[in-house]
Design a protein around this ligand. Structure first.
Ligand code: DC
Length: 228
């Protein structure tokens, strides 16, 4: 049987990390894990329960009441997240969650909670995980690490298109402000800030098609699986 590896995909918001990670997992027969969905689900729980982010005790107590799980939905052909047994995969993509998630993800206790679960999911290898600190903190020994970037204007357009389908009232300005704010908080927080791992390969996808991108990364992955 072929050797199984861990592939990490980190990078800025809306660079197409999850699109690549999903395709890659499918091609390799690996499990795909969207670590951002975990921070988003925690944020949804905090919003619903009015958890005060400045109160460590409240945050810790709330985390004790949160159970996260991924299940594969054959209808959407996607792995979806359950928050205390409720499928919240669509709710967590809401702008209300997007506005708060970077603040929630900057809290040390929240990161410890999420990282421990992410590391468990990788125990058997054969996994593609995307996020911000997967190659640096979650799996520092991963066999293949990718760091994705894309021009700001390209990212804003992509994200706008995605959100506009769900909410035609959304404006380009709102999307741009949210992306810039999240990038700033994600890369300046004290605990596990977004940064490229030294041994990560940088992939700028502003000017390549998703198909070309997948071919490139599959080539790298197959090289690592073959032990090169
Ligand atoms: O990938 P995403 O946009 O769904 O992630 C949502 C937020 O979660 C993002 O603003 C930063 C945070 N995040 C993180 O801090 N660490 C990760 N490994 C994944 C996401």
């Amino acid at each position: 049987m072929a050797k199984k590896i861990i592939i990490t995909i980190d990078g800025w918001s809306s660079c197409g990390k999850s699109t690549l990670a999903k395709q890659l997992a499918k091609e390799l027969g690996y499990v795909y894990v969207d670590s951002g969905a975990m921070y988003r689900a925690i944020t949804l729980y905090f919003l619903r329960n009015n958890v005060d982010l400045a109160e460590k005790k409240e945050v810790k107590a709330a985390l004790k009441n949160i159970a996260l799980e991924f299940v594969f939905n054959p209808n959407s052909n996607n792995s979806e997240i359950l928050l205390n047994d409720e499928n919240v995969e669509y709710l967590i993509r809401d702008m209300l969650v997007a506005e708060k998630v970077s603040d929630v993800a900057a809290i040390r206790e929240v990161r410890e909670f999420a990282v421990a679960q992410q590391q468990k999911l990788g125990l058997k290898k054969g996994i593609v995980m995307d996020g911000r600190d997967i190659g640096t903190t979650v799996f520092p020994k991963a066999e293949l690490k990718i760091f994705m970037t894309a021009d700001n204007a390209v990212r804003v357009q992509r994200r706008f298109k995605e959100l506009y389908e769900k909410n035609p009232n959304i404006t380009i300005e709102e999307v741009k402000n949210n992306l810039e704010m999240r990038d700033y908080i994600d890369s300046h927080r004290e605990v596990s800030p977004l940064r490229k791992a030294e041994d990560a390969i940088e992939l700028d996808n502003s000017n390549i098609t998703p198909k070309e991108q997948l071919q490139k990364v599959l080539f790298w992955a197959n090289g690592k699986i073959a032990g090169k």
